[in-house]
Write a protein of this length. Structure first.
Length: 336
């Protein structure tokens, strides 16, 4: 593959790609390979795009896998070890800043891109958009688990970095991703809101499609996911009006009511008011069962999943409140 005499070149003497595909990853080389192989067979001139793998917590297994894939690929594949930050936001920054391409495509290592994904995303960008949100397809069983249903929210997201295109100029103008979002949570909304406040045009490309299969998850995974709630506080601090408008109109009142019921039960126990304690515990139990029932309405009814919903419905409210308060303190914002 050789650049023509008129092609701009990068510092290494190669032609500058028309678009760079940035893929953050963290220690799951098999899943990454599935993603990259789909990117390698795009119906798009392989001399016009490059694939940049941003290894967030570099390890030899990922480096070796990328090296082997690069030997098979007609499109250039580059490996970028990310050590200065932690999390997909910082990794994506390292990726797009490692290229001179004026268009950037973002996807995740657990997606499978449609063969026309790049071509259709570029077409939408070149129609005058500063950024483009593509379509994410999440295959589900008729009765998915609660975790699978949560992941399926990507399919209706306004702007998700599992399938996003942006002009390099737009990323530079807004400062791109905020590396304080160290988990895969709200960093895409933060970038969307930054684009909106800068007056940039965000288009939708329904024909730029990636498949996002749901990864297997351990029993009770939603408990550990509550840690992400701290980043709601960061997003609220930066964009309070947009947060209320597009993310959440108010605090999770059910969670606070469940916490209040247990606090009343404990105080009543200490004061010997056993009748009040019993009423408070019944109220807490009723709210917990209602919460679990709502989560089971359209999800799996296996014994294991029912048990998981009952257990986690009792625990989630308190962990969620803890991490919301933690985020409020950490990011210095009043956030309930």
């Amino acid at each position: 593959m050789h650049a023509s005499a008129a092609s701009p070149v990068n510092a290494h003497g190669g032609a500058i790609a028309d678009i760079a595909v940035v893929v953050p990853t963290y220690r799951r080389p098999d899943m990454l390979e599935r993603c990259v192989r789909a990117l390698m067979v795009q119906r798009f001139d392989p001399s016009r795009y490059e694939i940049i793998i941003c290894d967030d917590g570099p390890d030899e297994a990922t480096r070796d896998r990328v090296r082997r894939l690069a030997q098979e690929s007609a499109a250039p594949i580059r490996y970028v070890p990310v050590r200065a930050t932690q999390g997909p936001a910082g990794a994506r920054n390292a990726g797009w800043r490692a290229t001179l391409a004026r268009r950037i495509a973002f996807t995740d290592d657990d997606t499978i891109s449609d063969p026309d994904w790049l071509a259709n995303g570029i077409r939408a960008l070149d129609a005058g958009a500063d950024a483009v949100s593509g379509r994410i397809v999440v295959p589900l069983d008729e009765r998915p688990t609660d975790y699978e249903l949560d992941v399926a929210g990507l399919a209706t997201a306004e702007f998700a970095t599992a399938n996003t295109f942006a002009m390099r100029a737009a990323l530079k103008r807004t400062g791109s991703f905020d590396p304080r979002f160290t988990s895969a949570w709200r960093e895409d909304s933060d970038l969307q809101f930054a684009f909106m406040r800068a007056g940039l045009t965000i288009a939708r490309a329904e024909d730029a499609v990636v498949l996002h299969p749901v990864r297997p998850a351990r029993w009770g995974v939603c408990i550990s996911q509550q840690k992400k709630s701290q980043f709601d506080a960061l997003l609220y601090r930066k964009w309070p009006a947009l947060f209320r408008e597009r993310i959440r109109r108010g605090p999770p009142l059910l969670y606070y009511a469940m916490l209040l019921a247990l606090v009343v039960a404990f105080i009543s126990l200490m004061g010997g008011a056993y009748g009040t304690m019993a009423i408070a515990l019944i109220a807490w139990l009723a709210m917990t069962l209602w919460f679990a029932t709502q989560r089971l309405k359209i999800t799996a009814r296996t014994r294991s999943h029912i048990a998981e919903m009952l257990y986690t419905s009792a625990v989630i409210p308190f962990l969620s409140i803890y991490w919301r308060i933690y985020g409020a303190i950490k990011f210095r914002v009043f956030f309930l």
